[in-house]
Design a protein around this ligand. Sequence first.
Ligand code: FEO
Length: 394
Amino acid sequence: MQENQIKKDIIYVGAMDAERRIFDELIPLPDGTTYNSYIIKGTEKTVLIDSVDPVKKDVLFDNLDKAGVRQIDYIVAQHGEQDHSGSIPFLLEAYPMAKVVTNIKCKAELMDLLLIDESKFIVIEDGQEISVGKKTLRFVFTPWVHWPETLVTYIPEDKILFSCDFFGSHLAKDKLYPDNPQDIYIPAKRYFAEIMSPFRNIIRKNLEKIDSLDIEIIAPSHGPLHKGKDFIFGCYRDWASEVVKNEVLITYVSMHGSTEKMAGYFVDALKKRKITVKEFNLADADIGEIAMALIDTATAVIGSPTVLAGTHPKAIFAAFLVKALRPKTKFLSVIGSYGWGGKMVEQLADMLESVGAEIIEPVLVKGFPKETDLKMLDILADKILQKHKELGIA
Ligand code: FEO
């Protein structure tokens, strides 16, 4: 980040991690990430909002030094996850007078995860304010964005909201703000899809809870800051809604071409019916892109061959992903092939039951698909179109 001054006496001291390519050993980071951390210099107290992933703690300390920070009174921990909290133990060593200001749930997490002593905490309540001299910290609890303890911090004098993961994006840029808000759209949607989407009901409530705040700047703990709230609030309202689009997500894996032939034919059949298709070969698919597609899609279809009498492990992973992300998807189906028998369809149907979507009759083919099999895919496409029409989206 080049221009570190956000407002008078509010300074960016976080770290870029442009080379990082995976998070939680699971989530791809095509654009790297940042761990945003902010210093607030009140006339009476100096406050740090969140820390950084410990792999970048030296950058944080260097930035604190450059910002002329000789003392920290409060470290506000908005979230227990270690990419924001992990450097707190090092900060407590360097600034032994500092107290960790957080809620009771985050305190318990930090004691468990980072072995921080109980004496180091100041526990705050939802809506509580702390004056630091000419600036007020107002804490608003926003649970499940994306852990139970998550909270945000608002400074009314500066009209700035520190939102931690809420409204964040994995996007490493050396500027505080994007050139155009649209530049953040895909990274923010990907981020929402990967970690926020299972909690969309409570996210809608959290959006309403903070909607009355007069906000000039949103400062998340990943990615660029937002000027104003309208753009990113609008995005979140859309993504967290229950509205689906006339789209089909098809994720498939094929070993010898049978399921791939089915998937290709099925994609064409859907497109002929004017349905948007997002297609992913699970051999090399980016799960972030699958998660993003699940934000919008009315129907998701998994394609798999039969392996050892069951589903291909990559298709199992896709089903697990769908189940874990609890999408608003209304319809599910399965296509695939088998050599001599097996329980592939039953296995996937069992896994997907908890999604709560209607299962449309799968298409299962023996060996390489023949003309009669391909006609079954046309029938499946017709059924999906009919279901979309009944929803009023086709
Ligand atoms: Fe960026 Fe949930 O940590």
